[in-house]
Design a protein around this ligand. Structure first.
Ligand code: GTP
Ligand code: IMP
Ligand code: MG
Length: 337
């Protein structure tokens, strides 16, 4: 079984938490983290907070093997620190062709006026990506210190699927930060949609079982670019919607849930299920609730409206920061995960 987890808005929808839950509760054999170190996934697991920039949030399941695919871009120091902090040395693998970001890429971005104008995270990702396009980026296979982690990720993942094992591919950022489908030029340096997750991992489209699009109960955006219905800072604080970026610490801009964007996102990703995070930010009384029956009727009504407008089921509902603070409706809705 192959499941893709993709961001439906502008990133930071909570893919990390959803990926952690799915890997743990549905016993995934492999978890693949696409994208690069500009994206941070926050995972709160059994009272510990992890900020992940390289390794999939699926690490919370100790049996899950962790793959960094050829389309990802990592930095060696970030990789080694994270692997050590998580204690996953024996189950993390890096593809031979994974791109490596070096100090020179970060330096090059710092003096770039276009990147400054779009509110880049300045992590060197775009500079490294452009070197890759020009065929001058060094890859994981060029670094002796990575030797013991190197693997052929597409081969491993396709073989696992042949054996009937479960593979999860975790996206980074969101659909409207996509280089092709986003609000260009206010976008990141890669395609962030479901088809791109497959291409980064080296798996073909016919193998996909489920595509979970993650929406937060409201929309957030860091950096510049259009944000319809944006609330001013005071209103965002009043509603309790203010968040800080995982990598840069910048406050996130906020707007109410956007059905038009959600509809487009479902189309671009061929999404089959919705994971809706932070329901507790809209309805504080749902904090920690784990069953549909215990949700207040107002909250249930809102979710049913989402399903009736968007025409796919809301299978996972986040009710708190902790990985296990979730309402899991997959079984009652007859959906596989
Ligand atoms: P990117 O790849 O950078 O787009 O990140 P992401 O989608 O993994 O999201 P990120 O972790 O950066 O931001 C989501 C924030 O919401 C984190 O602080 C999570 O801990 C938090 N979060 C996720 N789900 C829930 C939820 O259901 N309730 C609450 N209260 N917080 C949540
Ligand atoms: P860059 O890709 O780091 O150059 O950033 C380009 C744009 O994408 C900026 O608006 C960033 O704020 C945004 N961005 C990059 N990574 C993330 C992320 O992980 N979450 C949310 N926004 C991001
Ligand atoms: Mg993030």
């Amino acid at each position: 079984m192959l499941t893709l987890i993709v961001g439906g808005f502008f990133g930071d929808e909570g893919k990390g938490k959803i990926s952690a839950y799915v890997s743990l509760a549905k016993s995934y054999d492999y978890a693949v983290r696409t994208g690069a170190i500009n994206a941070g996934h926050t995972v709160v697991f059994r009272s510990r907070k992890f900020k992940l920039r390289v390794v999939s949030a699926g690490f919370v399941n100790e049996k899950t093997k962790l793959i960094i695919p050829p389309g990802a871009l990592i930095r060696l120091d970030v990789f080694f620190n994270e692997v050590k902090e998580l204690g996953v040395e024996n189950r993390v693998m890096v593809d031979y062709n994974t791109g490596i970001i070096e100090a020179i890429h970060v330096e090059r971005e710092r003096s770039d006026s276009v990147l400054a104008s779009i509110g880049s995270t300045f992590q060197g990702v775009g500079a490294a990506m452009s070197d890759r396009v020009l065929r001058r980026l060094r890859l994981a296979r060029d670094f002796k210190e990575l030797e013991k982690y190197l693997c052929d990720a597409p081969f491993i993942l396709n073989k696992a699927l042949d054996r009937g094992e479960k593979v999860l591919v975790e996206g980074t950022q969101g659909t409207f930060l996509s280089l092709y489908h986003g609000t260009y030029p206010y976008v990141t340096s890669r395609d962030t949609t479901a088809p791109a997750l497959l291409s980064e991992a080296g798996i073909g489209p016919k193998r996909v079982s489920e595509v979970i699009v993650v929406f937060k109960a409201y929309v957030t955006r860091v950096g510049e670019g259009p944000l319809d219905g944006e609330l001013n800072y005071e209103e965002a604080v009043k509603r309790g919607w203010i968040e800080k970026g995982t990598v840069t610490g910048r406050p996130r801009r906020v707007a109410p849930f956007n059905f038009e964007l959600a509809r487009k996102s479902i189309m671009l990703n061929s999404a089959t299920q919705i994971a809706l995070t932070k329901l507790d930010a809209l309805f504080p009384e749902v904090k920690g609730v784990r069953s549909w029956d215990k949700l207040p009727s107002e909250a249930k009504k809102w979710i049913e409206e989402i399903e009736s407008v968007l025409k796919i089921p809301v299978t996972l509902i986040g009710t708190g920061e902790e990985v296990e603070e979730i309402v899991d409706r997959t079984r009652e809705l007859g959906m596989e995960l």
